[in-house]
Design a protein around this ligand. Structure first.
Ligand code: ARG
Length: 463
């Protein structure tokens, strides 16, 4: 079959080359953007009197017909057409004739065409993912609102450390996802410039209006340098990076959900709707969703490293290596969208076992630091000595099979007679959580501020 670029060739391509070279099997994903970009380009060409109005009308008609054909699955994607851009252009000429169809590519190259299509895709998906992040933050904030007084152990080294509230713990994640949201937003702003009209690498002698097409396609303005515009894939790398950091966060959340649903923790019960069974062990209920999201972090990181490596040391401008830019992005985007949707639904239906969370707080002497702080503040004992005395109290509690928060005043006095009634208050777990009124701390008044902050962020960030 004759190629669009056949002119200077005497022999036709090998079948092997056709298959190896083609990207249509995956870049067909871009068809909506390709058609949108071509319509904007045709309108601009007509405005600039490079096309007549009639030619433009025919081109737009043909492109819209192709849009319908692809949407309705009536379009035949052929490997010989190489990529989505040439497949659409060829079909256009079939519909409206070569004479006019052949004029669409005036003042444009596939190099700026693919760059603008891919950028529009990435920016659309950026907004879709950003919205899903907002939904997730909203769910975390709702859990927080309902659990200001739900005590749970805070951990360091995965060892019980200090009492916190479930609200406080959920808000830690809300803040991570808030930064993720802003990362996507920053990328959107930074990349909102249209490469269309950069042509192959050097611009064009035709009198085009790149500001018009940029505006038609919802970009802020055209990119400044044609050579950079067709060489650039930073926008694709940014979405891959943003998704990678997002997944680093979701993988930490999912890891905790997996741990918390185990018999050792029993902090949560993931609803039946989002759990799976075992083919051999009838009693099993597995947290597959959380494990899969944790696991998918691997492919998401892989896609980032893969494109970074592809782009490394590529000479300017377009090189065919860059055709390798799409599949990883499509994969990470789909992975992010499906994972965020299911994670949000799963969280909404997860039950937190308040009794077990509290029971866990009574293991590990979570308020020990409070006793040491009390000895420093109330009894003017140097911190090192206070640490030692508290250690003794812990050891006594352990020998009696008690948590430090359950020890009697007499027992405390047997270690240091200066200890008084107030120590019991200080050792109380709720009081320990409430004592940390520092900005960003665990006390309810402080956590309420964090909730309000997230509410305001959600209110101001709707897309
Ligand atoms: N299919 C190509 C890609 O995805 C389109 C650009 C081709 N440009 C070229 N000069 N061969 O990268």
């Amino acid at each position: 079959m004759e190629k669009m670029w056949q002119g200077r060739f005497n022999e036709s391509s090998s079948k092997l080359l056709e298959e190896f070279n083609a990207s249509i099997s995956f870049d067909k994903e871009l068809f909506e953007y390709d058609i949108k970009g071509s319509i904007a380009h045709a309108k601009m060409l007509a405005n600039q009197q490079i096309l007549t109005n009639d030619e433009k009308e025919k081109i737009v008609f043909g492109l819209n017909q192709i849009l319908g054909e692809i949407r309705e699955d009536k379009f035949e994607f052929k490997i010989e057409d190489e990529d989505i851009h040439m497949a659409i252009e060829k079909r256009l000429s079939e519909i409206i004739g070569k004479e006019i169809g052949g004029k669409l590519h005036t003042a444009r190259s596939r190099n700026d065409q693919v760059a603008v299509d891919f950028k529009m895709y990435v920016m659309d998906k950026n907004l879709e993912i950003s919205n899903l992040i907002l939904n997730l933050i909203s769910t975390l904030n709702s859990i927080a609102k309902n659990n200001l007084d739900t005590l749970m152990p805070g951990f360091t080294h995965l060892q019980h450390a200090q009492p916190v509230s479930l609200a406080f713990h959920m808000l830690a994640y809300a803040n991570m996802f808030k930064r993720d949201f802003y990362r996507f937003k920053d990328s959107f702003e930074r990349n909102s410039f249209s490469p269309l009209g950069s042509a192959a690498l050097a611009g064009t002698p035709h009198n085009i209006d790149r500001f018009f097409t940029a505006n038609e396609l919802n970009f802020k303005s055209p990119t400044s340098n044609a050579l950079d515009s067709v060489s650039n894939r930073d926008f694709a790398l940014e979405i891959l990076f943003n998704i990678s950091v997002l997944f680093m966060h979701t993988s930490r959340l999912c890891e905790e959900l997996i741990l918390w649903s185990s018999s050792e923790f029993k902090f949560i019960e993931i609803s039946d709707k989002f759990s799976t069974g075992s083919s051999i062990m009838p009693q099993k209920k597995n947290p597959d969703v959380a494990e899969l999201i944790r696991g998918k972090t691997g492919r998401v990181y892989g896609n980032l490293i893969s494109l970074l490596t592809t782009m490394k040391a590529l000479p300017l401008a377009y090189n065919k290596d860059m055709q390798e830019d799409k599949e990883g992005v499509f994969d990470s985007v789909k992975t992010a969208i499906s994972s965020l949707i299911i994670l949000n639904e799963m969280l909404k239906t997860t039950k937190f076992n308040k009794d077990n969370l509290l029971k866990a707080c009574k293991m590990g002497h979570l308020s020990a630091t409070d006793l040491a702080d009390y000895l420093v503040k109330e009894k003017n004992i140097p911190f090192r000595q206070a640490h030692f005395i508290t250690g003794k109290c812990v050891s006594l509690a352990e020998s009696k099979g008690l948590d430090l928060s359950e020890i009697s005043l007499d027992d405390l006095k047997s270690i240091d007679k200066s200890i008084d009634e107030k120590a019991l208050d200080v050792l109380n777990l709720q009081n320990s959580k409430e004592a940390r009124k520092s900005y960003g701390g665990t006390a309810n008044e402080s956590v309420r501020k964090q909730i309000v902050e997230i509410d305001e962020f959600l209110k101001n960030s709707q897309i």
